[in-house]
Write a new protein. Sequence first.
Length: 195
Amino acid sequence: MDNKKRNILLICTAILLGSCIARSIVINYLRMVYAQQQAMRRQQVAKPKPAPSPLPTAEDGPPIGNLSGVWQGHGRVPGGRGVCDLRVELRLGDPGKYSGYSRFSCLNNEALTNPKDMNLMQNFLNHMNPDAATLTGAVEKGAIHFHADKTIGTDINGCAVTDFTVTSFGTNVVAAEWKEGTCTGGSLMLQKAAQ
């Protein structure tokens, strides 16, 4: 195969991968918009319910409501990770005690903009195989502080979550912050997923 044919094949492969990645990003965005619209419709249709009493919390923090449910977010995370997806399922056990299950994956967009980057396929495969963690935690100082009980896989930098904090940030939005041992860690805003 001569250089011209090889270059055409590489360009076609890059276009195909780029379109798959762009399609995935657009589909995730449309799902998030659809979930927001459905949540707004349910709020408009639902009859007002009496407000539940707040859950017990530590004395030195504001009370938080029940944050059980599925939370997801998408955004840029620093540290060479690019655009990341985070999905966290929270379950309330005893009052003030939670268990959590997270999935985290990133797509390093620098590999997409550099046609000579040989890690393009590895980057795409890492995005399709997210790292996951099971978490346990308790309400402290107005937030839920988790520690990782078990992790499966690592992100594209070889890092895995060790500590995770979820803080209520308005209606149907939480702020998620995590630490990864000696790695950078990060944060994302998550919205409640439609169920």
